[in-house]
Design a protein around this ligand. Sequence first.
Ligand code: IPM
Ligand code: MG
Length: 389
Amino acid sequence: MADNTAKIEAAKNAFGKLLTEQLERVERIKANKEFTDYAKLDVIKIGVLGGDGIGPAITAQAHRILEFLLADKVSSGKIQFNVIDGLTIENRVLANAPIPPAVLLEIKKCDVLLKGPTTTPRKGDPYPNIESANVAIRKELDLFANVRPVRIPEKGIDWTFYRENTEGAYAVGNSGVNVDEDLAIDFVVTTTEGTERIARAAFEFAKKTGKTRVSAVTKANVVKTTDGKFLGICSKIAEEYPEIAFDDWYIDIMTAKLVDEKRRKDFQVLILPNLYGDILTDEAAEFQGGVGTAGSANIGKKYAMFEAIHGSAPRMVSEGRDIYADPCSVIRAAAMLLEHIGYTTEAQKLYKALDICTITEKKLTITGRDTGATSARFADYIMDTIKSL
Ligand code: IPM
Ligand code: MG
């Protein structure tokens, strides 16, 4: 028998460190109870992070639209924009950190963020294996609710996904343990506090918007401890909302049901652990016209960040096509930002203009190349449409 004592001790030490960090995180969640009340802030600071790849090009267009919609609030001093450069893969490699410290400092001075896509290093890339900037920001700012709406009115689809955003397979996704060359272990994290807050956020949204059904999606029949806990807590929170129907689904059959035209219309609000939420929201966005059409809100108690759900498409940049990239995902994220900070009239105008420009009127098309409109031209089209509303 091989003597495994040394490697087991090393793995136990690594696991012990993770446990300490996670237990401390639970204490931080418990201490952090209040949501920011934007109406009470003298100045709302909006940070604009272009990210990298096509990010800066498309985010600049969403920023232009926000400046246009909020012009009077900017002149009165109620709104301040801070453009934060440097959340690029090159800078992250230089700093050997998922968020360069100088960028993080600027981020924390803001109340809400609009963020373009960022490159996530993966195996085989020329970069060190740095954690995804998205994931790092979500964890650093404790943005626990990833809210992703998908609406296709002509098909009767109106789904809102509440994806848990700080735990599950992502919590320590960069801290798995290679026990030896034959054995690798990753960890999945579910906490009571972390699950209660996402479940409550989903039910509160349902209540506020008159939805009648909330569905939890897990794999609690197999992943019994963490998914089991997630489902148990969702069921418990559901009891606080007797007027809302609650049911639960396994992720495999839910993935199938979203394709089932007879059944899928019935889903309204879905609560999911992080990884299932990641996967299912891409599938859902595809029905709406692709991930390029979907925006995503990352909501925490103190901060909130709004972003596109797609990647940074570095190939479009190397082929000189970034000026033709579709800005609609970040523009939709900008509309969600407006809604979140209480500018609902401006948000509604932007949603309406997006519907006109991308569904009903469609005077311009974006093809990602010079056969279609540039992102700037498309943003002009959206602003002209808003003016004519
Ligand atoms: C998303 C993205 C990220 C995620 C990636 C880029 C790490 O796919 O926002 O859904 O997995 O959360
Ligand atoms: Mg994803």
